[in-house]
Write a protein of this length. Sequence first.
Length: 133
Amino acid sequence: NESLDSLKLAKRGYGVWITGGFGVGNRVFISGLVRHQKISDTEEGQQWATNFRYGTNRFRFFTEAMYEKTETETVNELSELSKSINEGFVFAYGGDFKLNNSIVLGFSLRTVYNNNLKFVNMIPVANIACLMR
């Protein structure tokens, strides 16, 4: 019996990634990510990303770039195997503003492009985080 408070592990996939970053002076931080994931028996994907942050403890601005590729294998009614590849880029620009020691306002604008760098979508993001201490 599955319900909202139960945890049923299906062992359908896995993900492996490595991240790293380094500071440049007191105000700059550069980081990166490489990830491989197997979502199911027929779907897997890779991501590569880099992030540049500039700011202080009170405010931060960032820009990030990500490349994502997902491959899906399907079998049609004639038992023919086909593979579809979905790939694209995401560029995001935004920042964080700390109102006080407990509340942080975050904002960003994510732009999505296909694999030929043709514009697909723009996603504005805003959030409020309450830091518990």
